[in-house]
Design a protein around this ligand. Structure first.
Ligand code: ATP
Ligand code: MG
Length: 571
């Protein structure tokens, strides 16, 4: 590409709307532009990178035996009604009505669509397994779109759906996708780690996420410092502190005026917050669910939602619900005499002695309360693990880091095939539901994550595998005919070799050209200047290192060597 003909949309100023590096640099380098909140247009430079990432995804998906498909983004409501998700999905779904009042959505994900295809097209076990994928635009009316294409309302996803005849087949499909994802993120130059994730009602170790560590990530990832255990905090199991055994004391009601929070209660009563228990009340599909965790712990709402079979996200109970359950104002709930539909007791609380809890009476708490004697409930793991706690696998210590999810692999089992009656004839002649898996990669988010991991103060530093252009050839003075002649020759030589090269033939100062090339993150730069008198040019890698002076004839070999170093083939 000759830059005089190119839409160069670089910005010198840092746009005010952007908070994180990738968002700033994708705007500044001229990859994307905002159209509306969470909606972006991809400019030519952005499209080049997207295409490169998509091609890596496509190659690895094809290599793993999956077949490319392309569904419509517009999905009839009926399919979602069959699975029960039309009502469950909530305000994140973009819904549209056509001129005949028929309802549709703009697909946030495509399980229903692919289940429908399978039930129509696949009749027999002989046609299985099948894994269908697409690289397609998804729509989610996110509550908080932010960070550019990291969390947008329209984004590109690679989504795949596998159909197997049995569990063993699904295990293989799942592992194949895992391996393909490892290769995809490696090839993109992205350091992504596979971690255990929550799989909702399906349970088990059936879901894994590919996470990139990032301070601006919206997930907390738990890592063991001794073994290779890694899990999303939503899923990470807790072991819990052991308490010293104590004699059970008589329960006592004590006045605690104006003490509602754990800090207020423990300082008022002068007890360690580890001796207190907080009782949180949730509204789960209209039912009141109480959760008890030690005073200094945090409730894990995903674990609570799973244990209470919630159909959507759960929320804290309203004041009215609290009053109904406790007969008191908010801040005095406790397990003794509580009127809740379900009481979930974190395992750690079951093992505590003589604890302090709310008395279900405004202005009062109870002391010396004990599980089993004074109250009961469903005991389980309902809290978040904390930094420094015991690893559930090896007993080592865990640490917690922020991360962003770039991919997700999930064993669905028969969730959709049962709901939508998607069946095939098995070897025994009987009808069976497909055993399904689904696998997503956020393609636009992957691009942003690559920028997050590969940049410096001057701009993006693209890995060669995804770079929009591989080499920029820069004549220092475009008015100098000899410089232009040699630069053009080099540029044409590179193109003929299969290299995606840029020729900066713009009538701009050399400084402007260098800055743009750095901002756009072009991996190699060939500067054609005064040294051509000695038959020489300068060669520089964007990753750093010296500005090397080399012979004009060496340029093509030099570039070829970079491709080899990166295990990349030239076209
Ligand atoms: P998150 O927890 O970040 O909202 P999710 O669990 O909703 O993600 P999935 O439904 O598993 O995501 O979607 C598959 C992939 O699509 C994710 O791994 C992520 O890379 C990408 N993705 C999801 N939501 C968005 C979004 N709003 N903008 C950009 N990419 C997204
Ligand atoms: Mg989401």
């Amino acid at each position: 590409m000759k830059m005089s003909k190119m839409l160069v949309a670089t910005l010198r100023e840092v746009p005010a709307e952007a908070e994180i590096a990738s968002h700033k640099l994708m705007l500044r380098s001229g990859m994307i532009r905002k159209v509306a909140s969470g909606i972006y247009a991809h400019l030519p430079l952005g499209v080049k990178v997207l295409n490169n990432v998509e091609n890596i995804v496509r190659e690895e998906m094809n290599n793993s035996g999956a077949q490319e498909f392309l569904a419509s983004a517009v999905i009839p409501a009926e399919l979602w009604q069959e699975s029960g998700r039309w009502d469950a999905y909530g305000p994140e779904m973009f819904r549209v009505t056509d001129r005949n009042s028929r309802q549709f959505c703009l697909g946030p994900t495509h399980e229903e669509v692919f289940t429908d295809i399978a039930r129509n097209e696949i009749k027999s076990y002989k046609q299985l397994p099948v894994n269908l994928y697409q690289i397609q635009t998804k729509y989610r009316d996110e509550r908080r779109p932010r960070f550019g294409v990291m969390r947008s309302r329209e984004f590109i996803m690679k989504d795949a759906y596998s159909f197997d005849k049995d569990q063993e087949g699904l295990d293989k499909s799942f592992n194949d996708m895992h391996d393909a994802y490892v290769r995809i993120f490696n090839r993109c130059g992205l350091d992504a780690k596979c971690v255990e994730a929550d799989s909702g009602a399906i349970g088990g170790s059936n879901s894994a996420e590919f996470m990139v560590k990032s301070e601006v990530g919206e997930d907390d990832i738990v890592f063991c410092t001794s073994c290779d255990y890694a899990a999303n905090i939503e899923k990470a199991e807790t072991v819990g502190d052991k308490c010293e055994e104590e004699a059970l004391l008589d329960m006592e009601k004590i006045e605690t005026p104006n003490s509602r929070t754990i800090e207020e209660v423990s300082s008022f009563l002068n007890v360690d917050s580890k001796k207190t228990v907080k009782t949180l009340l949730y509204n789960v599909d209209g039912k009141t669910v109480a959760v008890l965790v030690r005073g200094d712990r945090e409730v894990n709402e995903v674990k609570v939602a799973n244990a209470s079979n919630a159909s959507t996200d759960i929320e804290l109970a309203t004041h009215e619900m609290v009053f109904e359950a406790t007969n008191s104002e908010t801040g005095f709930a406790g397990p003794v005499g509580l009127k809740a539909d379900l009481i979930l007791v974190d395992a750690e609380v079951k093992n505590m002695y003589n604890m302090v809890v709310g008395a279900n009476e405004t202005g009062y708490h109870l002391k010396n309360v004990n599980y089993g004697r004074d109250f009961e409930g469903t005991v389980g793991d309902f809290r978040n693990i904390e930094e420094g706690e015991v690893c559930p696998r090896c007993g080592g210590k865990v640490t917690i880091a922020r991360g962003t999810e770039v991919g997700h692999i999930f064993k669905l089992g028969t969730k959709y095939s049962e709901a939508m009656n998607a069946r095939f004839i098995g070897e025994d002649g009987k009808e069976k539901p497909f055993i399904m898996g689904c696998y997503g990669i956020g393609v636009t988010r992957t691009v942003a994550s690559i920028v997050e991991q590969h940049h410096d103060e001057f701009g993006i530093v693209w890995p060669l595998s995804v770079a929009p252009y591989h080499v920029s050839v820069i004549p220092v003075n475009s008015k100098d005919e000899e410089q232009m002649r040699i630069a053009t020759e080099l540029y044409e030589g590179l193109i003929a070799m299969g290299v995606d090269a840029l020729l900066d033939d713009r009538k701009e100062r050399a400084g402007v050209k260098f800055k743009d090339s750095e901002l756009m993150g072009i991996p190699m730069r060939v500067t054609v200047g005064k040294k051509i008198g000695d038959g020489e040019v300068e060669f520089k890698l964007r990753t750093g290192g010296d500005n090397e002076t080399i012979k004009i004839e060496e340029v093509l070999d030099k570039v070829r060597a970079e491709f080899e170093k990166n295990n990349l083939k030239l076209k």
